[in-house]
Design a protein around this ligand. Structure first.
Ligand SMILES: O=C(O)CCC(=O)C(=O)O
Length: 358
């Protein structure tokens, strides 16, 4: 399997949320209707300008949202003023200010400055702007937890298909098989070096087969000494699936801290459209899958399809078709404690055409 060097998804591009309110000073040229700030628009539509007082004679106009008998039925106690429908202070409405007398503030014959149409507004206004772009949503991961055959995608490389068989090994048999495999398989710790730093794989592994297997630039040497139980399991899977496997990679996840990172089983030695039969024993762990992004996404996995498949004791998962070409998979670490889990991945390894194992 080939673990990609970088899996860090770049930050999501900004997209305006629907219904976003943009704060503006005054009316934008050609902009949408100006709406009164909410806190000022409970019973009277037009906000009061601080320091100015209305010279207008108040006219009772039914206002939605006040809730008083004069105003008519309220809208659940909230201000819901329609856009572009200014209203006026309502006498008798408990929350409306007292209407000032026209003569007390403005000299006779003059109009207060705020009433002049061409006067720019001095108060902050809010303008509703429809977002120009449709927001792109990160799809929720799908869950596959029922036995069956699932066609994951039709392209770009062909049909990707998985087959989930719960209880392939019944639980009583699976119990003693787990104990035997835990005890008898020669589990080993592989280390890798990346940028001069060596690190251990967060799991133990073992390889069976007449041919070697290379992944992440490290080769597992041939091991033709099949354990009798592994041979039996291989035959049972072959009988069920109709495929003949010649190799097996065994993984031991000791605790919740063990994992395998995103990768595809797409090494050249597996050929095109490799078939992988994966049998699980012990603690249930979540097998996750994600579709590889299209070239336009430039390696960004943010918006790709994702699947979660709980693999429990005795479950067989077959991956076929373009699954390795078009999808990646992983078993992530868990936040809660997990007992040990063994996973056996039966594979068909082809000799390298030039006889050199890569
Ligand atoms: O443990 C599993 O279910 C998956 C193992 C795996 O991805 C692998 O061996 O390539």
């Amino acid at each position: 399997m080939c673990v990609p060097a970088s899996e860090a998804a770049p930050p999501r591009p900004f997209a305006a949320a629907p219904g976003e309110l943009r704060e503006l000073l005054g009316r934008e040229p050609g902009g949408a209707a100006v709406q009164a700030p909410r806190e000022l628009s409970r019973c009277w539509g037009r906000p009061r300008v601080p320091g100015k007082r209305s010279g207008a004679v108040p006219v009772p106009v039914p206002v939605r949202g006040c809730g008083s008998a004069v105003c008519g039925p309220g809208l659940a106690g909230r201000s819901r003023l329609p856009l572009q429908s200014p209203t006026f202070p309502v006498p008798g409405c408990g929350t409306a200010p007292k209407a000032p007398l026209a003569s007390s503030l403005a000299p006779a014959g003059t109009r207060p400055a705020w009433m002049k149409k061409d006067q720019p507004h001095t108060q902050k206004q809010f303008v509703f702007e429809k977002p120009s772009e449709v927001e792109r949503r990160v799809p929720e991961a799908g869950m596959i937890d029922k036995p069956g055959v699932y066609e994951l995608s039709k392209g770009p490389s062909g049909v990707s298909r998985i087959h989930l068989i719960s209880g392939f090994i019944d639980s009583e048999q699976a119990d003693w098989m787990f104990e035997q495999l835990l005890e008898d398989i020669p589990w080993g710790q592989r280390t890798h070096i990346r940028q001069d730093v060596s690190f251990e794989e967060p799991r133990l592994t073992s390889w069976y087969g007449e041919l070697p297997y290379t992944y992440s630039r490290k080769t597992m040497q041939p091991n033709p000494n099949w354990h009798p139980l592994l041979r039996e399991l291989k035959e049972r899977i072959e009988e069920f699936s109709g495929y003949t496997f010649n190799s097996l990679l065994c993984n031991l996840y000791r605790t919740e801290k063990d994992s395998v990172d995103w990768h595809s089983d797409d090494e050249p030695s597996l050929g095109t459209n490799p078939v992988i039969a994966s049998l699980s024993f012990g603690a249930t762990r979540t097998f996750e899958m994600r579709k590889k992004p299209s070239p336009e996404e430039n390696g960004d996995y943010t918006y790709v399809k994702r699947l979660r498949i709980p693999l429990d004791h005795g479950t067989l998962l077959m991956m076929e078709g373009a699954t390795q070409e078009d999808w990646q998979h992983r078993v992530p670490k868990e936040y809660h404690s997990r007992d040990a889990r063994i996973n056996l991945t039966f594979r068909i390894i082809h000799p390298e055409p030039d006889g050199v194992w890569k």
